[in-house]
Design a protein around this ligand. Structure first.
Ligand SMILES: Nc1ncnc2c1ncn2[C@@H]1O[C@H](COP(=O)(O)OP(=O)(O)OP(=O)(O)O)[C@@H](O)[C@H]1O
Length: 273
């Protein structure tokens, strides 16, 4: 599939192959969230993230995708509804249990969220130094393994402000993986990348997932990236889950807003508001 492929063409995507029988690692159940007395950003959203699958969440800007991700990782508490991680309600457990659970998550934010005062090696080593009792030589072995996987061996001593946006994302990816997380979440991993680097990052996501397994949640506006990496796609719109299914199902959706979003058509229910 070329980068400028016809998005309306069907049959691409991972299509949930091989993961249909798994249970949900994450269950978002009837979650409602509003801020400061405003209308709900999430209005009774229910969706599961299948264990071992890559699920992508799409939707127009400002529709609550990042808010949903923050609920999954426990950074936001729902006004109503439940977040269940491996069957346990995140807000029924103690603060300490939630803290322990968070170690099973890897998070990749848009800019890699690297510490500006540390070089790339120390950034990737940081979670191991903070959360484990591994020796420096054990840490080095693990860190170098992931740094090689993301192709940053030549940039170990560089500071985050000395490397490109794509390299920052790869460093953030290595840091997200270093604790061997069972759930990995990517908030717009492709933002600011050109089409070739977006494609390379997608390949890296697929390769890493294949190698290490895990449940991935990806938030993106990039149609090509969504089609390439996803087993399942959910679409958020006006506080609700407008559609959810395998990649093929959602790209074939007869929900007008979903068709418009995935074909990037100017005409349809979506406007500039
Ligand atoms: N902590 C907060 N306090 C108040 N409002 C918030 C907070 N977090 C998010 N919002 C609001 O919730 C709405 C959804 O935001 P969110 O960042 O989840 O959208 P998004 O779908 O990820 O958008 P984009 O695709 O543009 O990144 C926005 O109107 C935003 O202003």
């Amino acid at each position: 599939m070329s980068i400028n492929s016809d998005y309306s063409q069907q049959g691409a995507g991972r299509g949930g192959v091989g993961v249909e029988e798994t249970s949900n690692a994450v269950e978002i159940v009837e979650v409602t969230k509003a801020f400061g007395g405003g209308p709900p950003v999430l209005d009774g959203v229910s969706v599961g993230l299948r264990e071992g699958a890559i699920t992508t969440m799409m939707g127009p800007s400002g529709t609550g995708k990042s808010v949903l991700l923050k609920h999954v990782v426990g950074l936001l508490e729902p006004d109503d509804g439940e977040i269940r991680i491996f069957g346990d309600d995140l807000w029924e457990m103690t603060e300490e249990q939630r803290f322990e659970l968070r170690k099973r998550f890897g998070l990749l934010f848009q800019d890699g969220a690297l510490f500006g005062s540390m070089n790339i090696y120390d950034n990737v080593a940081f979670p191991l130094r903070k959360h484990t009792r591994m020796s420096e030589s054990e840490i080095r072995e693990v860190v170098m393994g992931y740094i090689q996987e993301v192709g940053l061996e030549h940039a170990l001593d560089r500071a985050p402000n000395e490397i490109s946006g794509g390299m920052k994302k790869r460093a953030g990816f290595a840091r997200a993986l270093v604790m061997k997380p069972e759930i990995v979440m990517f908030d717009e991993p492709d933002s600011g990348l050109d089409p070739v680097r977006t494609r390379l990052l997608c390949e890296l996501i697929l390769k890493t997932h294949q190698e290490h397994g895990g449940t991935y949640l990806v938030i993106t506006h990039n149609i090509d990236a969504a089609q390439t990496v996803s087993d399942y796609i959910g679409v958020l719109y006006q506080g609700k889950l407008a559609d959810y299914g395998t990649t093929d199902d959602v790209f074939n959706s007869d929900v007008p807003m979903v068709g418009q979003l995935l074909r990037a058509e100017p005409d349809g229910p979506l406007g500039m508001e």
